[in-house]
Design a protein around this ligand. Structure first.
Ligand code: C5P
Length: 248
């Protein structure tokens, strides 16, 4: 397996609040990471300049702002983000089919307007921090899997390129999704890690074996005293889990 094949499956969540720290982390890790995820913390702290750092190391950017708003707002935001040459971004499937179609329209218009790459749209199904009980709090009284499948179908049938789900969810979803999409999975922990607020977790190897296209890891690496040692462990597990037939 060549290095590029392994690292393109690994996304590091840059959940930090400064460009300086983000840069330090990228510098030490980019050999093992294909994509860096910029989420609310870094984006709110440092704005669009945060997008440029992974790009300066020739790595992809996943902008994880999880849009969920009226269709017109999501359409315009999706169009505007095309300017930044990002690889993928998230919207909440809970926003419904009209909102998802608006995001697709926005991206298509943005590609024409700015002449940049087309970012992939990922629909968040159910956050990996939710379980059956916490879904009740938000008035979802269907079974967990029914809700999960429904959000993934809304995403895939309205033009998303992939979904965000737990690595545990992929086998539940596959029979219902009738086209090739990306399964991007947070909720990944090494065997001895603490789960923190993540409830439905797998190890990196299990995630890849289950069919994850890209695994997203944050705190296991960021909170470690030796980030690169943890990252190398994750890389080795991904390499082990990868087989020719599950390369996306
Ligand atoms: O630190 P940890 O590995 O749990 O980080 C997971 C990252 O993935 C966080 O940035 C979180 O916002 C994001 N995420 C998630 N669950 C989703 C979607 C995104 O944990 N369903």
């Amino acid at each position: 397996m060549n290095k590029e094949d392994v690292r393109k499956r690994i996304c590091l969540a840059l959940d930090v609040d400064s460009l300086a720290l983000a840069k330090e982390i990228i510098k030490e890790s980019y050999e093992y990471v294909g994509t860096y995820k910029i989420g609310k913390e870094l984006f709110v702290s440092e704005g669009t300049s945060s997008i440029k750092i992974p790009q300066s190391f020739e790595r992809d950017v996943f902008l994880d702002l999880k849009f969920h708003d009226i269709p017109n707002t999501v359409e315009n935001a999706s169009k505007a983000l095309v300017k930044h040459n990002i690889k993928m971004f998230t919207i909440h499937s809970m926003g419904g089919s009209e909102m998802i179609q608006a995001a697709v329209r926005g991206v298509n218009d943005g590609v024409i307007k700015y002449g940049k790459i087309r970012p992939m749209i990922l629909g968040v199904t159910i956050l990996t921090s939710h379980d059956r009980n916490s879904l009740k709090d938000i008035l979802i009284d269907k079974s967990f899997d029914t809700a999960l499948v429904s959000y993934a179908k809304i995403a895939s049938e309205n033009g998303c390129d992939g979904v965000i789900c737990s690595p545990k969810d992929i086998n539940v979803l596959r029979p219902y999704i009738n086209r090739k999409i990306l399964y991007v999975t947070p909720g990944v922990r090494l065997r001895d890690d603490k789960f923190s607020d993540q409830k439905r977790v797998c190890t990196p190897e299990e995630a890849i074996v289950n069919g994850a296209s890209i695994i997203v890891v944050g705190r296991s690496i960021l909170e470690s005293k030796n980030r690169i040692e943890i990252l190398k462990k994750i890389y080795k597990e991904v390499e082990k889990g990868l087989k020719e037939d599950n390369i996306f």
